[in-house]
Design a protein around this ligand. Structure first.
Ligand SMILES: Cc1cc2nc3c(=O)[nH]c(=O)nc-3n(C[C@H](O)[C@H](O)[C@H](O)COP(=O)(O)OP(=O)(O)OC[C@H]3O[C@@H](n4cnc5c(N)ncnc54)[C@H](O)[C@@H]3O)c2cc1C
Length: 222
């Protein structure tokens, strides 16, 4: 990494669970961050299905670096065995995280960046990190929900593993970037028999043209 780029903040596009986790990992490495969120609040996507109770309990929904940041701000972690709703994830986790002193000054709400991978990956995805997520453009990584296109099975936990590896890579910890720290169960949705040919096409059969996207990368020098 050149000295010029080391002075630039890492731009994180989207303040969902994974984007905020990326900001927490960057803060832990004392790396500058700029967090751009299209919505008028953090967790805009999760808020949209806020009435739904998730299937993973709190212990799997909080990123480790985010937990450390929150602990230093006096946050009380919810009962790890409880299944929260989307709204509770926003109110009890994402909003307090966004208010942390290490993140709040660097968050820009109502800021949409043109990204759309439009590439749908499905089936079981093994734990992965910077090597699999990098794009041809230097310093550009697509992480979180958008790294799977629009696959509905993306776990927050997968995203937390991704950003740990990518932040390690961006901050020069190459061995850390390649270390696998996440164990995921096999969850391939495509092992199920689709109820119609339309479902099948929507899952695996179509091969849309990918559009280069943003996600996590360094701000380009002006
Ligand atoms: C009903 C339902 C139940 C679920 N249950 C679980 C569960 O039990 N456990 C689990 O781990 N996961 C669950 N998930 C999946 C979980 O929601 C995702 O893993 C998680 O939201 C991914 O976080 P993310 O930050 O990658 O993406 P998102 O949550 O999609 O956040 C992306 C953020 O980026 C913003 N954004 C998008 N485009 C742009 C742009 N162009 N410019 C700027 N900002 C942009 C959005 O407004 C949003 O705030 C569930 C999902 C649904 C729909």
């Amino acid at each position: 990494m050149s000295d010029l780029r080391a002075d630039l903040p890492v731009v994180v596009i989207g303040a969902g669970p994974v984007g905020l986790a990326a900001a927490a990992h960057l803060a832990a490495k004392r790396q500058g961050v700029l967090l751009l969120e299209a919505g008028t609040s953090v967790g805009a996507f999760v808020r949209a299905w806020g009435h739904v109770q998730v299937f993973s309990p709190w212990r799997f929904n909080v990123d480790p670096a985010a937990r450390n940041l929150l602990a230093s701000s006096g946050w009380i972690e919810p009962d790890v065995d409880v299944l929260p709703t989307g709204a509770e994830i926003v109110a009890q986790y994402l909003e307090p995280l966004a208010k942390c002193a290490e993140i709040a000054p660097h968050l820009r709400l109502g800021t949409r960046v043109v990204i759309d991978p439009n590439l749908h990956s499905c089936g079981t995805v093994p734990p992965h990190g910077a090597d699999e997520l990098r794009h041809p453009e230097p310093g550009l990584f697509v992480v979180g929900m958008k790294s799977y296109g629009r696959a509905p099975t993306f776990l927050m936990l997968t995203g937390y593993g991704q950003v740990r590896s990518v932040v390690a890579e961006l901050t020069g910890d190459l061995a850390g970037a390649r270390r696998v720290e996440l164990t995921l169960p096999a969850t391939g949705v495509c092992s199920a028999t689709p109820s119609s040919s339309e479902d099948a096409a929507g899952c695996c059969a179509s091969t849309p043209t990918p559009t280069p996207v943003g996600g996590l990368g360094r701000k380009a020098p002006r």
